[in-house]
Write a protein that binds this ligand. Structure first.
Ligand code: NAP
Length: 245
């Protein structure tokens, strides 16, 4: 039985920039010690570590390729070894390799599936083992509105994100008896490096709330699901300014 005295711990994949970074900082502000992974940008990761420590919480940055199942297991093991437990997992790491279907290479298909879908499975499986022993935990998988309604030029990305929704629903049913909740957050267009090259002004016009999302908008939804959505599981929460209603 968990008491208020327990120092809770969260793990965020791809936490060095963008939405993942915002999740790391929001969870730290909510009182969590936070571990996070990154792919290459060690300098950005160290800045995030400092920002978490400035909030009075412990931070652990680990270079770990989300597409590598052994690295995902090692990431979870290191989190538990260094920070003591695991209460929340945010599967955020993701990439795009956009292109028209007819010209999409096998590599561009496979690498997006490996990172965005298999990567979520690897980390979720490793974290669920820890959470099953604790008999508590909350997992949030970052999908996308592209996985909900499709997007021309993103067959690989939409398929991977739709897969994340199916994985989320199945895992939520399988893990509920152990008091582990599994939900997905589906962002719309969020201003990060990933969307930097898109025609953002034109896109904003199509959004009912008439603006792009900020990484913080997504982080707030994630923190809600991790920290206090106690009776919410198997859901896909769209954070898209009303784009897909
Ligand atoms: P971003 O700005 O490109 O940041 C990506 C983050 O993931 C970075 O921390 C990066 O680490 C890390 N990363 C990339 N590949 C990785 C790998 N193989 N293993 C481990 N970490 C990896 O992306 P973002 O816009 O914040 O997107 C975050 C998530 O939200 C993704 O799953 C994306 O599909 C989803 N999403 C984004 C939007 C949007 O509009 N931005 C919309 C819908 C869904 P390094 O710093 O080391 O490169």
């Amino acid at each position: 039985m968990m008491t208020d005295a327990v120092q809770k711990v969260a793990l965020v994949t791809g936490g060095s920039r963008g939405i993942g970074k915002a999740c790391v900082l929001d969870l730290a502000a909510a009182g969590y010690n936070v571990a996070f992974s990154y792919a290459r940008n060690a300098e950005a990761a160290q800045e995030v570590v400092k920002a978490v420590e400035a909030l009075g919480r412990k931070a652990l940055a680990v270079q770990a390729d989300a597409a590598d199942g052994n690295a995902a297991q090692a990431l979870v093991d290191r989190t538990v070894a260094d920070l003591g437990r695991l209460d929340g997992l945010v599967n955020n790491a993701g990439i795009t390799k956009d292109g028209l279907l007819m010209r999409m290479s096998n590599d561009d298909w496979q690498s997006v599936m490996d990172t965005n879908l298999s990567g979520v499975f690897y980390t979720l499986r490793a974290a669920a083992k820890v959470m099953m022993k604790q008999r508590s935990g909350s997992i949030v998988n970052i999908t996308s509105i592209s996985g909900v309604y499709g997007n021309a030029g993103q067959a690989n990305y939409s398929a991977s994100k739709a897969g994340v929704i199916g994985l989320t629903k199945s895992a939520s049913k399988e893990l509920a008896a152990r008091n582990i909740r599994v939900n997905a957050v589906a962002p719309g267009f969020i201003a990060t490096d990933m969307t930097h090259d898109l025609p953002l002004d034109t896109i904003a016009e199509r959004i009912p709330l008439k603006r792009l999302g900020e990484a913080q908008d997504v982080a707030k939804a994630v923190t809600f699901l991790i920290t206090c959505g106690d009776y919410v599981t198997g859901q896909v929460l769209q954070v898209d300014g009303g784009l897909v209603i």
